[in-house]
Design a protein around this ligand. Structure first.
Ligand code: IMP
Length: 170
């Protein structure tokens, strides 16, 4: 398996800081609950929240989708549920990547059931040619082509999450 450099660690950090600024502007004087989608978003989320100057609570949710493979089973299960109160709160879902959009659609619906004040989405990567979503993603790090990528939290069979940059897998 060969990895090809795709987005450098410094480009990732620069973009994450830009997204942080934007979120600070949008949520000025508002409460915010950040929902980090495990496992893939852990690195992005931890870097992103360091830039936030708003009052923020963090919670984690874990879903199953890509089980040691490059293709989705299409079926989503909740492996770790939310523990925080999101009723009448502003929620920001933090994802690593939106591919087909199935996971993010599922999550938004799940969050909306708890009657939050608002729901927004931050994703580091978006495969916009592939995703089938009828809404706008609020904060997108990079729009990428339909290739399988690893690094900066993203894995292939649980490997490569520790890489600082993002790599194409050939
Ligand atoms: P979706 O439901 O098809 O949008 O897929 C979302 C999830 O699939 C992400 O949160 C990732 O965990 C995983 N995924 C999709 N594309 C990639 C990729 O290129 N590399 C690593 N994981 C991916």
């Amino acid at each position: 398996m060969k990895l090809t450099r795709f987005i450098s660690a410094s480009a990732v950090q620069k973009r994450v800081a830009e997204l942080g600024l934007k979120i600070n502007r949008d949520f000025k004087n508002k409460n915010l609950v950040v929902i980090c989608v495990l496992n893939g978003a852990f690195m992005f989320c931890s870097d992103l929240i360091k830039h936030l100057k708003v009052d923020v609570e963090i919670d984690f949710i874990k879903l199953s989708s890509y089980r040691n493979a490059k293709t989705s089973s299409g079926k989503i299960n909740v492996l770790k549920k939310l523990n925080c109160e999101i009723y009448r709160k502003n929620v920001l879902i933090v994802e690593d990547i939106v591919d087909t959009g199935l996971t993010i659609k599922y999550l938004i619906n799940l969050v909306k059931k708890h009657s939050p004040s608002s729901v927004k989405v931050a994703t580091l990567l978006h495969k916009s040619d592939v995703s089938n979503i009828d809404f706008k993603l609020d904060y997108v790090g990079f729009d990428i082509e339909n290739k399988f990528v690893v690094g900066y939290g993203l894995d292939y069979a649980q490997k490569f999450r520790n890489l600082k940059g993002i790599y194409l897998m050939n």
